[in-house]
Design a protein around this ligand. Structure first.
Ligand SMILES: NC(=O)c1ccc[n+]([C@@H]2O[C@H](COP(=O)([O-])OP(=O)(O)OC[C@H]3O[C@@H](n4cnc5c(N)ncnc54)[C@H](O)[C@@H]3O)[C@@H](O)[C@H]2O)c1
Ligand SMILES: [Zn+2]
Length: 361
């Protein structure tokens, strides 16, 4: 039997536990009951996730004496928006949610980001719990407390830091996830290993087939290890003043791809995958990273069913797009580069001809 794993995100009085395991939805009531200021929650979810996972969650809550209502928002990134946020706040008011009611986000990153932001601002902030159901949300967006909606002028441009009271990750939820979404989540798993842990990267090299086959033990290890690393980085740098930016490995190029081809054409994880290869090539070109390590990364990304090549948008277009990345600091493009697999750093000190060169290969 696969055992569950629990780890803490150490943030002083805002510390919380991340529980990872198969079938954990059935334990959600037991895990959450001691954390709730009142035995009442409002679940924000979408119709796709609700069809599979809402009833089991409500049952588990009810068995623990926790009452629940649900707010179902439409599925898709385009609904991570002002109008949807407004609708959620309206529903919270209509059902008389209180400041001590807990908002539970059950879904992928869209539900988690929007639900978390609603919780951050409803009556100046209500408790919040993440139950992520995509691989991307389980290994990335549910941990760290970043919440947001999109503005017509930019993605994630309106939001808040609002840490959850707990993150409950049921790896069985991944069994209903479309394969393409699963692969996109793997990109963030590979990214996490690449910036921080050669041991985890080696584990991925050895165990990728088990992961893709949804082997229960492999899923728990990959998700828990990704969360452990992200939690460690977030604990050291909650508001992304420094080290947390390492988690943007592949994202400077990745965001340019997403914007350039139009959001929705490429999934975020797919763009990050191709972006990581460019960042690795840039690291190699600057004499930092060995050719072998670039090849290891490329091989793993390919085996995960993810793209390694850039869509052909033209070098000048990429440079313009990267200049508009919101993580650009004081005019210089910031890159996360690798010295080795598992050893990354952030720099704004890259000459334009070098960036140009890796966009052209
Ligand atoms: N807050 C952060 O730190 C952070 C980090 C990374 C990404 N994000 C955000 O996350 C969002 C992307 O998240 P995502 O990739 O999870 O996308 P998503 O939430 O749109 O989910 C992808 C698709 O999978 C469906 N789905 C979810 N769980 C399912 C399940 N168990 N079975 C079947 N279908 C399921 C969803 O309905 C959706 O159609 C973006 O908006 C991004 O900005 C936030
Ligand atoms: Zn990402």
């Amino acid at each position: 039997m696969t055992t569950s794993r629990t780890q803490q995100v150490a943030l002083g009085e805002r510390s919380y536990a991340i529980h990872v395991g198969p079938g954990l939805l059935a334990d959600a009531g037991r895990l959450l009951a001691p954390l709730l200021p009142q035995p009442r929650v409002v679940i924000v979810t979408n119709p796709v996730v609700a069809a599979h996972w809402l009833a089991p969650l409500r049952q588990s809550l009810s068995a623990a004496g926790i009452g629940s209502e649900s707010i179902v928002i439409p599925d898709g990134e385009s609904f991570k928006s002002w109008p949807t946020l407004h609708d959620v706040l309206t529903r919270l008011l209509e059902i008389n949610a209180e400041r001590s009611t807990t908002l539970v986000a059950l879904g992928g990153g869209v539900v988690g980001d929007l639900g978390g932001f609603a919780a951050a601002i409803y009556q100046r902030g209500m408790p919040f719990v993440q139950i992520p159901t995509t691989l991307l949300a389980q290994v990335d967006s549910s941990v760290g407390g970043k919440t947001a909606i999109n503005h017509s002028l930019g993605k994630n441009m309106v939001g808040a830091f609002h840490q959850p009271r707990a993150v409950v990750i049921d790896t069985d939820c991944l069994r209903t996830l479309p394969q393409r979404e699963f692969a996109a989540g793997l990109a963030e798993v590979i990214k996490t290993a690449a910036v921080r842990s050669d041991a985890f990267f080696q584990w991925l090299e050895a165990n990728l087939p088990r992961l893709v086959a949804l082997d229960a033990d492999a899923l728990v290890h990959a998700v828990a290890e990704s969360c452990r690393i992200k939690a460690e980085i977030v604990a050291a740098d909650e508001r992304e003043a420094g080290e947390r930016a390492l988690l943007n490995f592949g994202h400077t190029f990745g965001h340019a791809i997403e914007t350039g081809v139009g959001h929705g054409e490429w999934l975020h994880g797919e763009a990050v995958a191709a972006g990581m290869i460019r960042a690795a090539l840039l690291s190699e070109r600057l004499g930092l990273l060995a050719r072998d390590d670039v090849e290891r990364l490329r091989a793993l990304v390919l085996r995960a069913g993810l793209p390694v090549d850039l869509p052909r948008l033209g070098t000048e277009r990429y440079l313009t797009l990267m200049g508009r990345d919101k993580k650009v600091v004081a005019g210089a493009i910031r890159f996360v580069l690798l010295r080795k697999i598992g050893d990354a750093f952030v720099t704004a000190d890259v000459a334009l001809p070098d960036v140009r060169a890796v966009l052209e290969v």
